[in-house]
Design a protein around this ligand. Structure first.
Ligand code: FAD
Ligand code: NAG
Ligand code: NAG
Ligand code: NAG
Ligand code: NAG
Ligand code: NAG
Ligand code: NAG
Length: 496
């Protein structure tokens, strides 16, 4: 029995080794840069942002052009390998490694072309670029696109699944601004897609791109930078009762006719003593600085009188100073290296139609005040505002893109890091985060129509098809069958 098992193992090992030789030969005739296991630089290039995951790809390729991406994909597909792109490498579950060892990783970091066209006011952005560098290049033209706060996140993953920033209530998600894209299909064909050409595929890549192709560039509608930007981060240390009240009032305030120029989130984290929670109201206002006070007053008046002065700030300035106050990471990402984390995160996108109940909010905040104080890693919950009055995200018709959530109020991100942010991630960390989610969901009706965000991938989510892709899963499934029958582009929560 054991001998048979050992023989099987040896065969698997030998066939892997052969795969790798065939791959080398296939690539030899091209000028593609590649790293194989054992090569200098391979271990560094195989590092993941979330150190909960360690994978060994069969090879890491560094194409410079769409044609070289096509060669990469064909080389992998011809050997039945799983193939995936890496843009900024910030997937929560390292999904560019396809969820297993021995996959083919196509790293896009050598594809960083950026051009701005003044006639169409669109930017052509290659997907090896990161958010900070794109923001800087656009600002040179007096333009911007909406996107998230971590400068090191890649535009590839970000624009393929969503792309939320505080200005998204005003200008939509990143993917809402994509006008056309160039991508490499599972059979190696290079396709340009837009509303006019291959509209089905164009639909699919705005919400589910990684299941259908490697997008090499996107053409994005840009906007003139707002003249005045105010970034505020106001922090309080509150007991469970007051925190619950502030969450309840946040849910009401956001529906009270607020302007799309206001965006933000409540950030909850560990209090200084058991039964307390640190509460930050963090956001941005893109209107005149003269009207900022009046805009935030109705909600601010509900908080206890004074936020913690040493931790609170209000910065008024232009678009660039606003970005600097908002982002974490260097805007110019080549000037500083980024530290990694070891974490588990979940998300709950709450439906506008059915607000969180008093019971759900109070159980949740009590859990954070007590269990959150005991937890010995760091953690946070972001109650990000997607919907509310006048939100551009929710003004897009549900079926216009594959993104499945056009009627959600909040996207709650629930995130815990291992002690010292170092591996291994402990079992009690999973229990802690799962407890946060169940304290809400188990206090809502069984058919509560909530969702989850594909850009906050959760490898332990059982009902992911429904929560991530909602009513779009079936249409995506049919497309997947015709465009990638071999399932070349595969990760744990890809379209099957
Ligand atoms: C610190 C941090 C902060 C974040 N902040 C925000 C935020 O403010 N707002 C927000 O919306 N999200 C945020 N996110 C989530 C982020 O948007 C996603 O993790 C995103 O998918 C990362 O993109 P990436 O290109 O860096 O990741 P990668 O790991 O390179 O890619 C993610 C997935 O997309 C696929 N992919 C990458 N490039 C391509 C491509 N060109 N074509 C097809 N598929 C591709 C990969 O194969 C993988 O499956 C944050 C994440 C982190 C780690
Ligand atoms: C994948 O390879 C890494 C590095 O060699 C190893 O640590 C890990 O256990 C492997 N994972 C699986 C699932 O085999
Ligand atoms: C910017 O703010 C100043 C006052 O600080 C105001 O005079 C100006 O009109 C504002 N511009 C816009 C576009 O709101
Ligand atoms: C806004 O409020 C702050 C603090 O209350 C005050 O210092 C500031 O002068 C006000 N700004 C305007 C434009 O009224
Ligand atoms: C970013 O920094 C690098 C290295 O210092 C520099 O070469 C590059 O010009 C900078 N880019 C921008 C847009 O400022
Ligand atoms: C952290 O908390 C867990 C669970 O309560 C406990 O088992 C562990 O020993 C603690 N670790 C440290 C370093 O305090
Ligand atoms: C690749 O797939 C696309 C989409 O199905 C198809 O149009 C194209 O003809 C295929 N190319 C090849 C070379 O088979």
């Amino acid at each position: 029995m054991f001998a048979v098992f050992a023989l099987l193992l040896a065969l698997v090992y030998i066939s892997r080794a052969l795969d790798s030789d065939v791959l080398r030969e296939t690539l030899e005739s091209s000028s593609l840069d590649a790293l194989f296991p054992g090569d200098p630089g391979y271990a560094e290039a195989a590092k993941t942002f979330n150190q909960r995951f360690t994978y060994a790809p069969i090879a890491i390729l560094f194409p410079r052009t769409p044609e070289e991406v096509s060669i990469s994909v064909k080389a992998g597909a011809s050997q039945n390998l799983r193939v995936a792109a890496r843009s900024g490498g910030h997937s929560y579950i390292a999904s560019s490694f396809s969820g297993q060892n021995g996959s083919l990783l196509v790293d896009l970091s050598r594809m960083q072309k950026f051009t701005y066209d003044t006639d169409t006011e669109t930017a052509l952005i290659e997907t090896g670029l990161r958010l900070g560098d794109i923001a800087l290049a656009l600002n040179e033209e007096g333009r911007f696109i909406p996107h998230g706060r971590c400068t090191y996140v890649g535009i590839g993953g970000h624009s393929g699944f969503g792309g939320f920033g505080f200005i998204s209530r005003r200008n939509g998600l990143t993917l809402d601004n994509v006008k056309s894209a160039t991508l490499v299909l599972a059979n190696g064909t290079i396709a340009v897609v837009s509303d006019q050409v291959h509209p089905d595929l164009f639909w699919a890549i705005r919400g589910s791109s990684a299941s259908f192709g490697i997008v090499t560039s996107i053409q994005v509608q840009t906007h003139p930078v707002p003249e005045n930007v105010t970034i505020f981060n106001l922090v309080w240390e509150l007991n469970v009762e007051t925190t619950t009240a502030m969450l309840a009032k946040w849910q009401i305030f956001v529906d009270s006719g607020i302007t799309p120029d206001l965006g933000g989130e409540l950030v909850l984290s560990r209090g200084d003593s058991s039964g307390n929670v640190k509460v930050a109201w963090f956001g941005a206002y893109y209107g005149s600085s003269n009207t900022f006070n009046a805009t935030v007053k109705p909600y601010l008046d509900e908080f206890p009188s004074a936020p913690i002065p040493s931790q609170s700030s209000i910065t008024s300035g232009n678009w660039l100073t606003g970005l600097e106050a908002l982002v974490f990471g260097a805007l110019n990402t080549s000037t500083a290296a980024e530290s990694r984390d070891t974490f588990y995160a979940k998300s709950i996108m709450t439906p506008e139609a059915v607000p969180m109940s008093q019971d759900a909010m109070s159980t949740f905040i009590t859990y954070l005040g007590n269990e959150g104080f005991k937890f010995n890693g760091s953690w946070f919950v972001e109650v990000e505002l997607y919907g509310g009055s006048n939100s551009a995200i929710n003004s897009v018709p549900l079926d216009a893109t594959a993104f499945a959530h056009r009627n959600k109020r909040f996207n709650m991100q629930l995130y815990a890091s291992a002690p010292n942010s170092a591996p291994p991630f402990p079992d009690y960390g999973f229990t802690f985060v799962e407890g946060m989610v169940s304290s809400i969901v188990s206090n809502m009706p069984a058919d509560w129509p909530y969702g989850a965000y594909v850009n906050y991938l959760d490898d332990r989510l059982p009902n992911w098809k429904e929560l991530y892709y909602g009513s779009h899963y079936e249409r995506l499934h049919v497309l997947k069958h015709s465009l990638d029958p071999q399932n070349v582009y595969h990760f744990p929560h890809s379209i099957k």
